[in-house]
Design a protein around this ligand. Structure first.
Ligand SMILES: Cc1cc2nc3c(=O)[nH]c(=O)nc-3n(C[C@H](O)[C@H](O)[C@H](O)COP(=O)(O)OP(=O)(O)OC[C@H]3O[C@@H](n4cnc5c(N)ncnc54)[C@H](O)[C@@H]3O)c2cc1C
Length: 364
């Protein structure tokens, strides 16, 4: 029996993978927690655009995961169910300064081995006629796709239950106690082979309360919006200086996102809404015809070195596995992360190139 703590995209994706490979799985979660990251995420699958200098290992991991997404995409039924789209990205310049930054980005992408194309204003408007006519150009990045995270999450829940897995909603888990092959949580005891902690930014709290170990993680609050925009229709994922936009079905645009250090605050503040609406105002025309459908708040599980924490917590037990800290990229990284942990569960082995993400790097 594999016990997974946390039914966000990371825990569910692993549960699905393990059930498909014949393991028994119990996933624990709670409705006591607000601002779960998966719920607010936009679902961009765009390693190139998320790439940062000095983060080569993370970039390689994102590319590995993207390849798995591309394989999944061949199943057209799956793609339809989860809103998985093979659309490329356009990074839009609204002024000369933005344009200069795009040239810099293009050079950086080249160093990663990827070509992108600078487009003029007219070329951009031909591709996206619903953009503001005051744009000055764009950078075209091929195959930087998107999925609808809530459709994906619902798909995983259905599949996990259909494959005989359990998803148990209880009160928030404060700590766990491990005794031989039994785990005690919320005053109940369960037999287990491995326990996986995938509670997003709340993982650290459980680990600290249970084993006195503190990882350098922190919540990075993000607000995203769902808009109904019947008069705007886009073919690409759009990236502006402050916001990004994913075209969904039914005339919906998903807009991301603020990113601020505000602790575990799960409320929506006016300055956050102002930031998003003001950026939208600068970026899109016809806003008078756009309706606000939903405001979402999520706490991104960020680690100080920017990399997720994936692997056994050997200083406590090889049977306790960390699977959290996916920060801005958890939707993109869910498939590869599941593959790494699943391989460890079956073979007690983590591939050399993935050991970099091990909890051991913190010497805890
Ligand atoms: C605004 C925004 C936009 C984003 N856009 C993108 C994007 O475009 N592409 C991308 O790849 N990523 C994006 N992300 C990042 C992505 O959402 C996260 O990396 C990912 O969702 C992390 O998933 P998770 O399962 O680890 O965490 P979560 O989704 O936070 O799930 C953790 C789960 O654990 C449960 N839990 C926690 N503590 C306990 C406890 N003590 N007891 C019981 N249950 C517990 C919670 O209830 C929750 O269900 C975005 C994030 C935000 C906030």
């Amino acid at each position: 029996m594999i016990i997974i703590l946390g039914a966000g995209i990371i825990g569910l994706s692993l549960g699905y993978d393990l059930l498909n490979k014949g393991k028994k799985v119990k996933i624990f979660d709670t409705s006591d927690i607000k601002a779960k990251s998966t719920i607010a995420s936009v679902g961009m699958l765009a390693p190139l655009i998320e790439a940062k200098p000095l983060e080569r290992k993370l970039f390689d991991l994102m590319i590995e995961s993207k390849i798995i997404w591309e394989k999944l995409q061949k199943n057209t039924n799956f793609s339809k169910i989860v809103g998985l789209k093979n659309n490329s990205s356009l990074m839009i310049a609204l002024n000369k300064d933005d344009e200069e930054k795009l040239r810099f980005k293009q050079k950086f992408f080249e160093t990663l081995g990827y070509d992108s194309i600078i487009l003029s204003k007219n070329e951009t408007l031909r591709m996206e006629p619903f953009l503001n006519s005051n744009i000055v150009g764009s950078l075209f990045c091929d195959k930087q796709n998107q999925v609808n995270p809530m459709l994906y999450k619902n798909f995983l829940i259905k599949e996990v239950l259909g494959l005989g897995g359990e998803i148990i909603y209880e009160k928030k888990i404060k700590s766990i106690t491990i005794k031989k092959k039994k785990i005690l949580l919320n005053d109940k005891s369960f037999g287990f082979d491995k326990v996986v902690i995938s509670c997003g930014v709340w993982s650290n709290e459980i680990i600290y309360n249970s084993f006195g170990i503190k990882f350098p993680t922190r919540p990075l609050k993000g607000i995203s919006l769902l808009l109904k925009a019947p008069l705007l229709k886009f073919n690409h994922n759009l990236w502006f200086k402050n916001i990004y936009i994913a075209q969904r079905e039914n005339e919906i645009l998903a807009v991301g996102a603020t990113e601020e250090e505000k602790g575990f605050d799960s409320s929506v503040k006016m300055d956050e809404l102002f930031f998003l609406t003001n950026s939208l105002w600068e970026s899109l025309p016809k806003l008078e015809d756009v309706t606000l459908n939903e405001i979402k708040v999520g706490l991104r599980p960020a680690v100080y070195d920017g990399n997720p924490i994936i692997g056994p917590l050997e200083s406590v037990s090889p049977d306790i596995i960390c699977n959290f800290g996916h920060y801005r990229n958890g939707i993109l990284l869910a498939p590869i992360t599941s593959q790494i942990i699943s391989q460890y569960i079956f073979e007690e082995n983590i591939a050399k190139e993935h050991k970099f993400f091990s909890p051991k790097r913190f010497n805890l």
